[in-house]
Design a protein around this ligand. Structure first.
Ligand code: GTP
Ligand code: SPV
Ligand code: MN
Length: 593
């Protein structure tokens, strides 16, 4: 086996030793170190095209863009095959799958053993977070997938920059990834927070295989955050510039496929001229208490891994502009002219090749793009990218927004009474499941802070950590809850959503500044209908009232179903949250209809 150290890359002995050890296990024909250069991108792309891992798209219409199709059984995260491997089972908590670390290394080691024979092992050093940030982390991913390398290059700050940050002694997350035979029976995504390591085998799908994202930035990140006094969250970060030129920042946690990318890239409707949205991040936020007593947010990523279906010129013009070049499209329809299509983009082509690689026409009655098909694109290509996106310090947060996909009960927006009540609102979030993970869709589940699949330790300790963080902030952000997905009896969305969501954001900002009319209700503060700017909005007064109603019966049932979830958490559930729930039920009971 030859070890190639690309160009002048200086590698510390620690890194070199680990790579050698892993290469001994996986036995690739070659080891290639990635430096992140433009020359390298061209070379690896050519190689991926030659091997059929990706297809080059129409160079005129989509310059620099690639198309990829996954194995049919490998198109979404597999939560049942994802494990937290702490020494003690209790530390993984009731919401995670747990595996004993020794057993996990053994089991996965056996699958990795010799799995890269005839293949190349790429060494991908990467940074999560802006260079020089107090929170920046180095990871090194080993992988036998060129698709993964090309994606990591877009999603992270990859190559030389990461090895420089690491220097001679720094610590890094050891990320081992292999496709093996893509057999779901031999697929495991294992996290070893106590070793700062991730091993993922048998999948090439984004959340399972791009290990900087959900594995490092959220699961390992949340674990480190608890030890070090910060939070790793499944949140977008955006700036709202008002007509007077002042920019305020908010973060929002919605579960997978529940609108983070769309909100992060919002384009104000014509009636709200003068406002501008700046995108800092669309999926992950690292939050830390600043010396000024405020909460600060950093986006650890450098790209978007966004949901394709439903993205169009009207719903998300900024996303569409972002993905015109240097973008990797996965599991969408490949048109015969070398461009792409998905449900909800525009009128369908007469025919094409679907995500399974079969000839497809709109009349076939089947979806052409997989519901979880995705685009991978550089953050910097987004027309609304914030000038602060790479600021090592991050941006100060004025409001935190939680939200889910709820047909009923949850109103359009409410504000929590205080930090503890806001933590309770986040902790008890419910949302209907989507295609981002394998399993049934549309089933209501508790998804605390949108972190159910991503929290790397005991969820009760996680809630405790949130409560403690609040105490460390002399000027904490206010906490809100939104729901863009309320439906009428016919299944039609009551709220137009997308750009119109700015109307809700503006009320939130007003409230965060201690202004904005609201009425107190048992669940929190709600806008009186006049408090929302609805000029030019096609929503009747009746619908608006429905959206802002507190459904007392529904909320009592909601509290009841939260009890089930709380029971599951056991004695690590902070008492403060139980008290919040008791208080909520008491307030609801006191309302006379
Ligand atoms: P992940 O990348 O899986 O974490 O998803 P995400 O939270 O970034 O969700 P995204 O913005 O990609 O939206 C997912 C789906 O929800 C898409 O089909 C969108 O069209 C739809 N969606 C987003 N925002 C809204 C909204 O305000 N109203 C409605 N009705 N649908 C929305
Ligand atoms: C999600 O599922 O929340 C995503 C996509 O953002 S993945 O990276 O696959 O997790
Ligand atoms: Mn996500």
């Amino acid at each position: 086996m030859k070890t190639k150290e690309a160009g002048s890359l200086a590698v510390n002995a620690h890194v070199a030793g680990w790579v050698e050890e892993m290469a001994k296990l996986c036995r690739p024909d070659r080891v290639v170190w990635c430096d992140g250069s433009e020359e390298e991108r061209k070379r690896l792309t050519d190689e991926a095209v030659r091997r059929g891992e990706v297809i080059r798209l129409n160079e005129e219409k989509l310059p620099g863009c690639l198309y990829s199709r996954s194995a049919e059984n490998d198109v979404a995260r597999t939560e049942h095959l994802t494990f937290i491997c702490t020494n003690n089972r209790e530390d993984a908590g009731p919401t995670n799958n747990w595996m004993d670390p020794a057993e996990a290394y053994g089991k996965l080691g056996a699958i990795f053993d010799g799995s890269m024979k005839g293949r190349t092992m790429y060494v991908v050093p990467f940074l999560m977070g802006p260079k020089g940030s107090p929170l920046v982390k180095v990871g090194i991913q080993l992988t036998d997938s060129l698709y993964v390398v090309l994606n990591m290059r877009v999603m992270t700050r990859m190559g030389r920059i990461a090895l420089e940050e690491l220097g001679q002694n720094g610590s890094f997350t050891r990320c081992l990834h292999g496709k093996a035979d893509l057999d779901i029976q031999r697929r495991f995504i294992c996290h070893f927070p106590q070793d700062n390591a991730v091993w993922s085998v048998g999948s090439a799908y984004g959340g399972n295989a791009l290990l900087g994202k959900k594995c490092l930035a959220l699961r390992i990140g949340s674990y480190l955050g608890r030890e070090q006094g910060w939070l790793a969250e499944h949140m977008l970060i955006l700036g709202i510039e008002s007509p007077d030129g002042k920019v305020d920042y908010v973060t929002a946690a919605f579960p997978s496929q529940c609108g983070k990318t769309n909100l992060a890239m919002l384009v104000p409707p014509p009636a709200l001229k003068g406002y501008k949205i700046w995108t800092v991040g669309d999926d992950i936020a690292w939050l830390y208490p600043g010396a000024d007593g405020r909460l600060w947010a950093v986006n650890p990523e450098a790209g978007f891994f966004g949901v394709a279906p439903g993205t169009n010129r009207k719903s998300n013009p900024n996303a569409l502009a972002t993905i015109q070049k240097n973008t990797i499209f996965t599991n969408v329809v490949l048109k015969d002219d070398g461009t792409v299509w998905w449900e909800g983009l525009e009128d369908p082509p007469l025919e094409g090749t679907d995500w399974r690689g079969r000839r497809w026409t709109p009349a076939s009655g089947e979806k052409g793009a997989h519901p979880n098909s995705r685009f991978t694109a550089p953050l910097l290509q987004c027309p609304s990218v914030s000038p602060e996106w790479n600021n090592p310090k991050g941006v100060p947060v004025s409001a935190i927004i939680f939200g889910g996909r709820r047909e009923k009960v949850d109103p359009l927006v409410y504000e929590s009474f205080h930090w503890r009540h806001g933590v309770y609102a986040g902790a008890t979030m419910g949302s209907e499941t989507t295609a981002a993970a394998v399993g049934h869709t549309g089933v209501l589940r508790r998804d605390p802070m949108a972190m159910l699949p991503f929290c790397g330790y005991h969820v009760g300790d996680y809630f405790r950590h949130w409560l403690e963080m609040g105490k460390r902030l002399s000027n904490p952000p206010r906490i809100f809850h939104v729901n863009w997905f309320r439906q009428d009896k016919g299944g039609k969305y009551l709220w137009p959503g997308f750009g119109e969501n700015l109307r809700v954001l503006l009320w939130i900002l007003e409230r965060a500044k201690g202004k904005g009319p609201a009425r107190e209700s048992p669940i929190g503060y709600l806008p009186v209908p006049e408090a929302l700017n609805v000029s030019g909005l096609d929503v009747s007064r009746e619908t608006l009232e429905e959206l802002l109603k507190v459904d007392r019966g529904g909320w009592l049932e909601e509290a009841e179903s939260q009890t089930e979830f709380f029971k599951k958490i056991g004695d690590r559930l902070p008492k403060e949250l139980v008290k919040e729930q008791t208080d909520l039920v008491r307030r609801l009971a006191a309302v006379h209809e």
